[in-house]
Design a protein around this ligand. Structure first.
Ligand code: ADP
Length: 506
């Protein structure tokens, strides 16, 4: 296979690759978009649920001053625990009320008491509960609310583990790949571990909880790996597009084959018509001699009849008629021959690029060439000047020469079949040489090759070359058999030369 044989399959492969990349890219993009949309929706739900809980904590805090402490706590020196609300709020693990003048429990770390007092002071300013201490790693959060004037301060301990509303959670916490955290000042409380990937796509979501007392950042992250791309659909698309392109290719091939068959038929019809002309030329050639002989013998008979019979006038008249008819027939035949032998194509000549005509003729015969395993070489200089020729006649000549070469090479070995078409400028003309590696032309046949009805093939008409020669001459060109090369390199072979006038004479 030569490079040009590969070019077409490669172009189809390239087209398929592009179609696959475009389609698969679109499918992957759509899947990633859907995953991102689902992630954003889940993230918004998570943010809303956690914010609702935080707001509840604020509401509980606001309600604490209304709760009655146990009787013994009314004058306690130490902050007293208030009843928890485990049924409704399991996440609230401790609630304390501290009257003015009393202290936080003595067994507490001092820092917690200080933090609660500082938060209470801020709460006095802001009028709502404030964050006193947050140990997000342990999931413990202290909130404080200051009572105005002599009113008590309140403290509340939250267990973040119990804060998550799993029953309303939008994801399956065990299997979901989404990571969910609450972040605050470099600490993080992991709500859901999810899955971390090194490669792929990454989505994230950050938004503060909608609560003044719990200013935690809700962070969601999602890594999408290559395995989550829609490989099945992408493969199906690749297969479907391959099938569609294959069908298209077959369709186009069938069209080319149909067009080629049509063209061959047309050329065949033209050939038949032209061969009919050649036939007439041959007939004229053959008929002219008997007609001349008839003329001579009737003239002789006329003279003889004039010597003997009584009805001499009638006989003379009849013979005179015969002579006149014979002359007319001869003249008609002569005229017919002149017309047929020299079809005038000069009026239909066009400016043509000979390499394109050669390419068209070879394209038409491509299946034949391939079937017979013939290697074709076309040599044409890039600056070859245009010729003046009649396109159909030119096609016919090249077609005949190539067909003859194919038929001649039927006798050569399969590996030895080479056809070379070479184009070159020769003064005021362009030369097309058609050379094959067949048996060549025998010396005794060389002189007769272009005469009508000369053939060595069993099914041959012997008109192809004489017709081609007539067509070439009618275009102001010439068709000859090249002299045999003295030292043929690849078998004897035959070489025909077609010379055509330049379109623009120098
Ligand atoms: P046909 O092909 O019908 O025989 P052509 O006029 O085309 O008529 O050819 C006449 C003869 O010339 C062929 O029968 C063959 O003997 C000879 N001939 C033509 N081309 C070649 C060729 N390339 N190699 C050898 N002989 C050829």
């Amino acid at each position: 296979m030569t490079l040009s044989d590969w070019r077409r399959p490669l172009a189809w492969l390239l087209a398929w690759t592009l179609v696959v990349i475009a389609g698969a890219g679109w499918l992957a993009h759509a899947r990633l978009q859907a995953l991102e949309d689902a992630f954003v929706t889940d993230a918004r739900i998570v943010h809303r649920l956690l914010s609702q809980r935080a707001v509840q904590h604020d509401a509980v805090m606001a309600m604490l001053p209304l709760l009655q402490p146990p009787a013994e706590g009314r004058s306690a020196k130490v902050a007293v625990p208030l009843p928890r609300l485990p049924a409704a709020y399991p996440q609230i693990t401790q609630v304390l009320r501290r009257l003015p003048g009393s202290i936080w429990p003595a067994d507490w770390p001092r820092s917690l008491g200080t933090a609660l007092d500082a938060a209470a002071a801020r709460s006095l300013q802001s009028g709502h509960a404030e964050l006193a201490q947050a140990d997000l790693r342990a999931g413990r959060v202290w909130l404080a609310l200051a009572g105005a004037g002599q009113a008590a301060n309140h403290a509340l301990l939250l267990d973040l583990h119990a804060t998550i509303p799993w029953d309303e959670w939008p994801m399956d916490a065990k299997t979901s790949p989404v990571r969910v955290r609450l972040e605050y000042q470099g600490q993080a409380f992991t709500v859901q571990t999810g899955r971390r990937l090194e490669r792929g796509w990454h989505y994230d979501f950050h938004k503060l909880l909608a609560s003044q007392s719990q200013p935690f950042d809700v962070v969601l992250e999602r890594d999408v790996g290559w395995s989550e791309l829609p490989w099945a659909s992408m493969l199906a698309w690749a297969a479907a597009s391959a099938a569609a392109l294959a069908a298209l290719r077959t369709l186009l091939r069938q069209r080319v084959a149909a067009r080629r068959a049509e063209e061959l038929l047309r050329l065949g019809q033209v050939a038949r018509l032209n061969q009919l002309g050649e036939l007439a030329a041959g007939m004229a050639h053959e008929l002219n001699q008997p007609l001349t002989a008839l003329l001579a013998s009737t003239q002789a008979a006329q003279r003889l009849l004039g010597d003997e019979e009584p009805d001499l006038d009638t006989a003379r008249h009849a013979m005179g008629q015969a002579v006149a008819q014979a002359r007319r027939a001869s003249a008609v035949v002569g005229r017919l021959r002149r017309v047929v032998e020299r079809p005038d194509l000069s009026g239909q000549a066009q400016i043509l690029a000979l390499p394109a005509a050669v390419h068209d003729a070879l394209h038409l015969l491509e299946p034949e060439l391939r079937r017979r395993g013939i290697a074709v070489q076309v040599d044409a200089p890039a600056d070859l000047p245009a010729v003046r020729a009649e396109p159909v006649a030119l096609q016919q000549i090249i077609h005949n020469l190539v067909m003859n070469a194919l038929q001649a090479m039927e006798q050569s070995d399969a590996g030895q079949r080479r056809l070379r078409l070479a184009l070159s400028a020769q003064g005021a003309r362009v030369l097309l040489s058609v050379r094959d590696t067949g048996p060549g032309v025998a010396p005794e046949a060389r002189a007769r090759l272009f005469t009508p009805f000369y053939t060595t093939r069993s099914g041959g008409l012997g008109l192809g070359l004489s017709l081609s020669e007539s067509l070439a001459q009618a275009m102001g060109g010439e068709l000859t058999l090249a002299p045999p090369s003295p030292a043929p390199t690849d078998g004897p072979g035959a070489e025909f030369h077609l010379l055509l006038p330049l379109a623009h004479q120098p």
